[in-house]
Design a protein around this ligand. Sequence first.
Ligand SMILES: [Zn+2]
Length: 239
Amino acid sequence: MPGSFKTEAVVLRSIRYGEADRVVHLYSSTRGRIGAIAKGSRRPKSRFGGRLEPFFHLNLVLYEGRGDLFTVTGASTIDGYGRLRSNGPALGAAGRACDAVLRLLDSGEPNQAAYNLLCTYLALLDADPPAASAPGTALAFRLKLALAAGFSPELASCASCGETDHLAAFSGAAGGVVCASCEGGGFPLGEESHRFMVEALGAPLSEAPAADERVAAQADRAITETLEHHAHVRLRAAA
Ligand SMILES: [Zn+2]
């Protein structure tokens, strides 16, 4: 039904459209994924200013017409994350985070856990860019995002047979850690990498455990292969 509504949202992607417009891909608190057109937003005196750029956290007024795209009729800034933008690694991490949300959460159903997680990660990247863009935090974000989307890997027992001992491999097809007898098709997963994933899921994002290069590579592969098999999305490397 056509009409206007208000929502909070984060700009995931912003695309030039036509002569002076912009199409923005948003992740909103109340309507999940939204695509919207902001007419005239590339004109120098646009009332939207520069706030329809990626990572901006906004209060929006949107008009829902009959087409696929909503229309942005009002936008005010909750946070522009200025510090994050002047730090290369933090900017890269924010870009990969928004890309992961774009690929993994494409429904118009609200997902408050995923929305809060994205806002928390952007705020961390803004507050302490070197710490928050570390691989441990980037991978913890991705694990928590997979959990929020319903695709968290099984880490407590063998994803094939339920065995709780000798969990030395990971299988994306099985969707989690696998025991020595079910190892076929999986890749070897070190004890530290397994522990990293369990701790990263259990701790708040601001207290994500550190991951050395080997742990980061194994955890990244585990999450990526799980999402490829079960969510049918392919994410860019996390770090
Ligand atoms: Zn097994």
